[in-house]
Design a protein around this ligand. Structure first.
Ligand SMILES: Nc1nc2c(c(=O)[nH]1)N[C@H]1C(S)=C(S)[C@@H](COP(=O)(O)OP(=O)(O)OC[C@H]3O[C@@H](n4cnc5c(=O)[nH]c(N)nc54)[C@H](O)[C@@H]3O)O[C@H]1N2
Ligand SMILES: Nc1nc2c(c(=O)[nH]1)N[C@H]1C(S)=C(S)[C@@H](COP(=O)(O)OP(=O)(O)OC[C@H]3O[C@@H](n4cnc5c(=O)[nH]c(N)nc54)[C@H](O)[C@@H]3O)O[C@H]1N2
Ligand SMILES: [Mo]
Length: 691
């Protein structure tokens, strides 16, 4: 899963393997959430925290980007893994100056990611000075002047790189990108580069906006839902409650996955009587156990069968009106599918039977409202963009976008990763955004594009960038090619990590390393005597408030907004056109600026105070308008890619265990897969590969 080299110690004592679970959630899920809460925070804080999770006057769950149910919220609107995410953050354990004095960095490097995370919340700004063996405390002012000094010493602002993880609030993200662009660079890599980047690329080209087009009520009212390359039981457990409603309303669910994941098979809602005593609800009606990397073949094969059906009964299968009025490239696409798709190859590439593929095509043809959901099982394929574009084509053929109960649903990961992009965390924001930013703040943003995560690593490796600043996340452990990334960071003059918890990235520092401890989602944020609240955007473009309420782990923590504004004041001095101090003490002021810069946010402060917040505009969903190069929804012709396997070879896939959050390890048990006491496991199918 994460680190595989012998440079790291492993946690395992004894790995115990038992049977995998055939259902997700249920009573054990409740017990596990309570146990993790009690271990980390004790009874009072556990009760207070879980009561506020995802409630209207509470905080947004830092677990995932699945939306809250609009209207009525259940008393406990969270899941086992949300509770674990909260326990991880709201823990009462702390890591302060004494800890760093006792543990040299070289010793910490030998610890596992699990051990590092278990030590507790960071409490003080810390610095690792050139040549030093230990981190030592540093004041905030001194830290800011150190960073500003290094930034000002660069030959060009493009020699600095500013990373963002997806938990950063809209307000912090907006101020952060403003500071970076006022400084003069677009070097804004983010965790999305490793995550749903391919969804964004595929969707912008096809429908003109890189976001999903459905809402929770759409999912609840669909006829047919395809769930491809996603494991909601572990990663978006609240999605299972929504799917349960879809099923009650008559929806058919087809899961497309090489693994029979527990949550896709059966779900026991621990908040309902039947979830406690019964067998739970069967989620997937059909399970297509696809070969790894075979999804594009499946989608093209389905397109072929849908076309064949149209040919057999002209005018009855395709949505000709939608194709004529709203689409471009259909004729070329249809010709491509007709002339290149060979069903024998599709069967080989997908590992499915022709009957399974035909039944799926029949379901698509019968459905009046179809949604396709997907996540990392598609996005992280080398041909992910093409695969997603072929999935979109299947929907477009039948007019399944911009109407209730139908559309595209890339299910996002980090709880505000979508909002961060909306706020301008992207290395290639369009000029319209930059123009509006410049007008609002009287600055001049650079127009040349910046570096994404991989190009940032290359630039640091090659000595072309030498200051690295991260707003959250764990860059060395999350990016591909750990060794190269570590060497790249060590080459930097300065690395800065704004973090809540200790992780490996703190131990792989540049000549000077800084750790700046920040408030998290659950913490109370008071600026200038006034309690502040932040906003987030979920996977379905709903924007709403989040208010932390817990006493912070230390008086030295600062909010991400305060850290950005404090650094900007030091970097730009008092004469700067941006009123950093005023934004720092009143987040409503930030929202007023966002309202003027970003389309869809007018009256932001008023609208976001409505009970469920508000939905951002989505042209394809709202009015079947497609802001693409052609002004229409585009069919894109992609040659077929799949992964042929030579005889005697197997394909390896990786996945998250049930007890981790990206690089954060909550524990060593994966109860859904029947593994206890270890994470470094290799599952091998005893059946010989048929191909
Ligand atoms: N508890 C918990 N929650 C999380 C996270 C976490 O780590 N832990 N991470 C958050 C983040 S940032 C994200 S992006 C999401 C991730 O959410 P998911 O995308 O659901 O996460 P993965 O565990 O990577 O699941 C990928 C699924 O794709 C399947 N798969 C692998 N290869 C293929 C393939 O070739 N084709 C198909 N069709 N399927 C394939 C795998 O078997 C697996 O079920 O979860 C978010 N929520
Ligand atoms: N090995 C491995 N690599 C992966 C993945 C994986 O599952 N395993 N998943 C991939 C995916 S889909 C994604 S999205 C990326 C994620 O990449 P990242 O976002 O960089 O990684 P995370 O593990 O989510 O980051 C965890 C760290 O964020 C910090 N943190 C948590 N909450 C806050 C907060 O509120 N504020 C601040 N400032 N810091 C906070 C903590 O210090 C914690 O150690 O990783 C990708 N790479
Ligand atoms: Mo992600």
């Amino acid at each position: 899963m994460t680190d595989t080299t012998d440079r790291y110690t492993f946690d395992e004592d004894e790995v115990v393997v038992s049977h995998e679970k055939s259902y997700a959630a249920g009573v054990p899920a409740v017990l596990v959430s309570l146990r993790r809460g009690l271990e980390q925070m004790g009874p009072v804080r556990t009760a207070r925290t879980l009561a506020k999770l995802n409630q209207r006057r509470g905080f947004d769950c830092p677990g995932c980007a699945w939306p809250e149910t609009p209207g009525h919220r259940k008393h406990a609107e969270f899941c086992e893994n949300g509770a674990k995410a909260v326990a991880e953050e709201a823990t009462t354990r702390t890591v302060g100056p004494e800890f760093f004095a006792a543990h040299p960095v070289t010793e910490l490097l030998g610890r596992t990611d699990y051990w590092l995370g278990q030590q507790g919340r960071l409490t003080h700004p810390m610095v690792l000075l050139p040549g030093a063996t230990h981190y030592e405390p540093i004041g905030w002012d001194e830290a800011f002047s150190l960073i500003a000094g290094e930034l000002r010493a660069l030959a060009s602002p493009d020699e600095a790189v500013f990373y963002t993880s997806g938990r950063t609030s809209n307000e912090a993200a907006f101020m952060y990108q403003l500071m970076i662009r006022a400084f003069g660079t677009n070097n804004l890599p983010d965790c999305s580069n490793m995550c749903h980047e391919s969804s964004g690329s595929a969707l912008v080209e096809t429908i003109g906006i890189g976001k999903g087009s459905v809402s929770v009520p759409d999912i609840e009212n669909a006829d047919l839902i395809l769930i491809a390359g996603q494991n909601p039981g572990t990663n978006h457990p609240r999605m299972l409650s929504t799917l349960e409603k879809s099923k009650a309303n008559g929806a058919k669910v087809i899961a497309i996955n090489p693994l029979p994941e527990a949550g896709l098979l059966r779900f026991k809602d621990p908040q309902k009587v039947h979830g406690v005593v019964g067998d739970g609800v069967q989620i997937a009606d059909e399970f297509l156990q696809i070969r790894i990397g075979g999804d594009q073949a499946l989608f093209q094969g389905l397109a072929k069968l849908v076309l064949d059906a149209e040919d057999a009964h002209p005018g009855t299968v395709l949505d000709h009106e939608f194709l004529t009025e709203h689409c471009a490239g259909w004729d070329d696409y249809a010709a491509h599918i007709r002339s290149t798709v060979d069903l024998d190859t599709i069967v080989t590439a997908t590992g499915l039977t022709i009957e399974q593929i035909r039944q799926t095509a029949d379901a698509l043809i019968a459905s009046r409202r179809t949604i396709i959901c997907w996540a990392m099982g598609l996005t992280q394929q080398t041909h992910g963009v093409a695969t997603i574009q072929d999935a979109v084509a299947l929907l477009l053929m039948r007019g399944m976008i911009g109407k209730p109960g139908a559309g595209v649903s890339p299910v996002r990961g980090h709880s505000n990763v979508q909002g961060d992009r909306t706020m301008g965390i992207w290395e290639k924001m369009p000029d319209a955004f930059l123009d509006a930013l410049d007008t609002e703040f009287s600055i001049t943003s650079p127009r040349h594009h910046g570096l994404d995560a991989v190009d940032s690593i290359r630039a640091m490796r090659d000595g072309k960038a030498s200051v690295f600043i991260a707003m959250g996340g764990n860059f060395v452990a999350a990016t591909p090619d750990t060794e190269v990334t570590e060497a790249a960071l060590r080459r930097c003059a300065l690395t800065v990590q704004v973090s809540t918890k200790l992780n490996r990235s703190h131990l792989v520092a540049g000549r000077t390393g800084l750790i700046l401890p920040s408030l998290g989602r659950t913490d109370k944020d008071v600026q200038n005597g006034r309690k502040q609240q932040v906003t987030v955007e979920d996977s379905m473009s709903m924007v709403h408030l989040s208010r932390g309420s817990l006493k912070p782990a230390s008086e030295h923590l600062r909010s991400e907004v305060a850290i950005v504004c404090g650094l900007a004041q030091e970097l730009f001095g008092p004469e700067h056109p941006v009123a950093w101090q005023e934004f720092m003490v009143d987040y409503d002021r930030i929202r007023d600026s966002i309202a003027r810069v970003i389309p869809g946010f007018s009256d932001f402060n008023t609208k976001v105070r409505q009970p469920d917040g508000f939905a951002l505009p989505h042209p394809p969903r709202d009015e079947r308008r497609f802001d693409t190069t052609t002004g229409r929804a585009n069919f894109v012709v992609n040659p077929l890619s799949w992964v042929p396997v030579p005889d005697g070879k197997l394909i390896l896939q990786t996945m998250r265990s049930h007890d981790q959050y990206n690089t954060t390890i909550y524990g060593l048990d994966d109860r859904y897969r029947g593994i206890k006491g270890g994470r470094r496991v290799l599952f091998i199918n005893e059946l010989e590969s048929p191909h």
